[in-house]
Design a binder for this molecule. Structure first.
Ligand SMILES: Cc1cc2nc3c(=O)[nH]c(=O)nc-3n(C[C@H](O)[C@H](O)[C@H](O)COP(=O)(O)OP(=O)(O)OC[C@H]3O[C@@H](n4cnc5c(N)ncnc54)[C@H](O)[C@@H]3O)c2cc1C
Length: 303
């Protein structure tokens, strides 16, 4: 299967140049919501205009023909364009002997084989990720270099947005699936009952729960009640990273040794990035694993 086929088979959509793979929400009989896969939505990507550099290019000797740099007829997606301009700035490769956009794939293959991944740091992509468990995000946020995270606060939000994530190992086994459903019903109920009890104590003036501001009062209750939530509670996050960081994280987290849930998430992100910027990821070979997930492997790890 091609990467396009896999993107489509995962339910990928790319109506507006911002690819997304959504995830269905299920409910237990008691109404507790849960998801079985990560949902990923590209929220942001670079917006690049090179026209502004014309006066800069015109400032050099006419014989160098630098303004011709802007006449390249082949279009590139924005991150490829930005990274190529950045790379070509290093050698003032603006003249007619430069690599043209039509050969961008070869240009980036050379960058990768030379380990010049820093040009990829200019281009950042942001994703909204949902349907991921607290245990998963605990691992995700270990990636520091070139990343930014904004994660759902269990202290701030109430049980109204509480959802859960079912591990793949449980899905097709009726007894484990039933236990999962019973467990999350219980967790949701416990959370609600404990929050109610804590609210009563707060109203009675309990010193540990008391606070001046309404928001702080709510936080005091929720930060306590969340202690009963399991690893399989859902979390939501916006994750941004530059292309060099995305590549490294995808390599580590879609590796056969990576955990299955995190592999599913980062393959989905890879799949969206591949739709948007194929040239920057065209060295990856997709592997399929017996557990139904995929991995992306390259000879040029950690450029
Ligand atoms: C299969 C697997 C199993 C794991 N098991 C465990 C485990 O049991 N326990 C555990 O604690 N963690 C575990 N981890 C997490 C792992 O150790 C890393 O913390 C995590 O993957 C982040 O990757 P990174 O270190 O490459 O950091 P990133 O932040 O992604 O950084 C990318 C690269 O930048 C460089 N860099 C970043 N920060 C620094 C720095 N401060 N100093 C120098 N160089 C830096 C490094 O070269 C690094 O590889 C596991 C990860 C995987 C993929």
């Amino acid at each position: 299967m091609t990467t396009d086929d896999i993107f489509a088979s995962l339910g990928g959509r790319d109506a507006d140049g911002f690819p997304a793979i959504h995830s269905e929400v299920f409910h237990t009989d008691a109404g507790t919501p849960y998801l079985q896969h990560a949902g990923v939505v590209m929220l942001a990507k670079p917006d690049v205009s090179t026209e502004g550099i014309r006066p800069f290019l015109e400032g050099f000797d006419d014989d160098l023909e630098f303004p011709g740099y802007l006449d390249d007829p082949a279009e590139l997606p924005p991150a490829s364009r930005l990274s190529k301009v950045a790379g070509q700035t290093c050698y003032a490769s603006f003249g007619p002997k430069r690599t043209y956009n039509v050969d961008a794939a070869k240009y980036f293959a050379n960058q990768r084989s030379g380990g010049h991944g820093s040009v990829l740091e200019h281009a950042t992509f942001s994703f909204l990720c949902y349907g991921i468990s607290r245990s998963n995000t605990h691992e995700i946020v270990r990636h520091r270099a070139g990343t930014a995270y904004s994660q759902l606060s269990q202290r701030f939000v109430s049980g109204k947005v509480l959802r859960f994530v079912e591990r793949p190992e449980y899905r097709n086994h009726p007894s484990l699936h039933k236990r999962f459903e019973e467990r999350i019903d219980r967790a949701a109920r416990d959370y609600e009952e404990i929050a109610d009890e804590l609210l009563t104590l707060q109203d009675e003036g309990d010193a540990l729960l008391d606070a001046e501001r309404k928001t702080d009062r709510r936080k005091r209750v929720q930060q306590t009640a969340r202690s009963v939530l399991p690893n399989e509670a859902e979390t939501i996050l916006v994750m941004s990273a530059n292309v060099r960081a995305w590549r490294h994280i995808i390599e580590m987290r879609t590796d056969p040794h990576a955990e299955v849930e995190i592999r599913d998430l980062f393959f989905r992100i890879f799949s969206c990035l591949m739709q948007a910027e194929p040239i920057l990821f065209d060295d990856y070979v997709v592997e399929s694993f017996p557990d139904g997930t995929y991995g992306a492997r390259t000879d040029w790890r950690k450029v």
